[in-house]
Design a protein around this ligand. Structure first.
Ligand code: SF4
Length: 83
């Protein structure tokens, strides 16, 4: 990810979310809704190279698979929520 690239996200209940609606995750995985809903939480960005693309017909058919609840384990990575 380039230094100038930003992921804007409104899911403020996520561990990676920060002020200004910014995602602080080093990498995320976005899939079609149908694929995302069929996979367990363990399927995430680290497996992306081994997975086949999941086409979507419209923006309504996608989701983010890197979501981690705020109340979840803060030790998931080095990212700390900025308050
Ligand atoms: S990981 Fe996904 S849900 Fe969480 S802040 Fe980033 S884009 Fe939003």
């Amino acid at each position: 990810m380039s230094q100038n690239q930003h992921i804007h996200c409104l899911v403020d209940s996520c561990h990676y979310w920060s002020d200004g609606n910014r995602c602080q995750a080093n990498e995320i995985m976005v899939t079609s809704d149908s694929f995302g809903a069929s996979q367990p939480d363990e399927v995430d960005a680290k497996q992306s190279m081994a997975l086949s693309p999941t086409p979507a017909n419209t923006c309504m058919d996608t989701c983010c698979k890197t979501f981690v609840p705020h109340e979840g384990n803060i030790e998931v990575d080095e990212i700390e929520r900025m308050t």
